[in-house]
Design a protein around this ligand. Structure first.
Ligand code: IPM
Ligand code: MN
Length: 345
């Protein structure tokens, strides 16, 4: 019999609550002959307060042994900004070479969108995950003085750009519409912009069936709101992708539904799946958190590990559940239970 060995990092705030529902649905979705083993890792704000540690080497090493990682949320107002983000979340993405940050956006039936006319939205952002302005390649001079100077250099390598662009072409090629849009800002960020556009055009020659398009990131934000149906697959750098995917979540029913995968397509390291939302400390413990984003992240996890049919079952369950929502309040657990029942059924 097969087994699935998942590392679980609930993290902070609502992380615990949503991850519990994610695991519930994961168990319900797996075939009978697959044994689910989970190991919980105590990482996040509480651990930092207790020990001063964010992600010790021993844990990093242990995490490598899992098939995948399910993460809830990281961040707490009691911890200085950047400590857990850099020391834990980004450290995991970099250490495990999660160069594809996959963020699908779909407007499910009966889902509130601020956009007029219920447009068809079904696109996926392939956000680069290991480079750009996220590498910590910067510094500060005369810090705290009126003459302070700060740099935060965006790092882009041909190797790093090519591998993520190629992944995006593969995804576009396998979708019905076969369309790939590069989003950058090459009218101002000319050096990185040149590298991205050159690689995008060169790799594109290998995918003659994929229609391509280029948009500056500012223009892309307009089209996310006025014409989201024009997008199929989008490839973009780490920071543009961060910003665009929050906007994408906002127009497709909110951050409570947005799933993501931090993927190492080579399989050299475990990939990590997490809701796009944060730890929401203001509603932690109230049962108000929507676990759907985590549950959809579980679907991405399953698809990544080859359980395609099970992933589809979860996505269909979410779709049916959303279609049936009548606006009545349901707790985190009630939503998780309802989805587990649908998935198992
Ligand atoms: C996200 C988050 C992170 C990011 C932060 C918490 C470091 O905003 O996953 O989108 O910027 O990538
Ligand atoms: Mn973000």
């Amino acid at each position: 019999s097969r087994s699935l060995n998942i590392a679980v990092i609930p993290g902070d705030g609502i992380g615990q609550e949503v991850v519990a529902q994610g695991l519930k649905v994961l168990s319900a979705a797996l075939p009978q002959d697959v044994k689910l083993e989970t190991t919980e890792y105590d990482l996040g704000a509480q651990r930092w307060h207790r020990t001063g540690e964010t992600l010790p080497d021993a844990e990093l090493e242990a995490l490598k042994g899992h098939d995948a990682i399910l993460l809830g949320a990281i961040g707490d107002p009691s911890v200085p900004s950047g400590v857990l983000e850099r020391g834990l979340l980004l450290k995991l993405r970099f250490a495990f070479d999660h160069y594809v940050n996959l963020r699908p956006s779909k407007l499910f039936p009966n889902t509130a969108t601020p956009l007029a006319g219920s447009p068809e939205i079904d696109f996926v952002v392939v956000r680069e995950g290991t480079e750009g302005p996220y590498t910590g390649n910067g510094g500060s001079l005369r810090t705290g003085t009126p003459a302070e100077v700060a740099t935060e250099v965006s790092l882009n390598t041909a190797y790093g750009v090519e591998r993520v662009v190629r992944d995006a072409y593969e995804r576009a090629d396998s979708r019905p519409r076969k369309k790939l849009t590069l989003v950058h800002k090459n009218n101002v960020l000319v050096y990185a912009g040149h590298l991205w556009k050159n690689v995008f055009d060169a790799v594109g020659k290998e995918y003659p069936e994929v229609t391509t398009d280029y948009l500056h990131v500012d223009a892309a934000t307009i089209f996310f709101v006025t014409q989201p149906e024009r997008f199929d697959v989008i490839v973009t750098d780490n920071l543009f992708g961060d910003i665009l995917t929050d906007l994408a979540a906002a127009v497709t029913g909110g951050i409570g539904l947005a799933a993501s995968g931090n993927i190492n397509p080579t399989g050299a390291f475990p990939s990590m799946f997490e809701p796009v939302h944060g730890s929401a400390p203001d509603i932690a413990g109230t049962g108000k958190a929507d676990p759907t984003a985590t549950i959809l992240s579980v679907a991405l996890l399953l698809r990544h590990l080859g359980f395609d049919a099970e992933a589809v079952r979860i996505e269909e369950a979410v779709s049916a559940d959303l279609a049936g929502r009548d606006g009545a309040f349901r707790t985190t657990e009630e939503i998780g239970d309802a989805l587990a029942v649908r998935v198992a059924g």
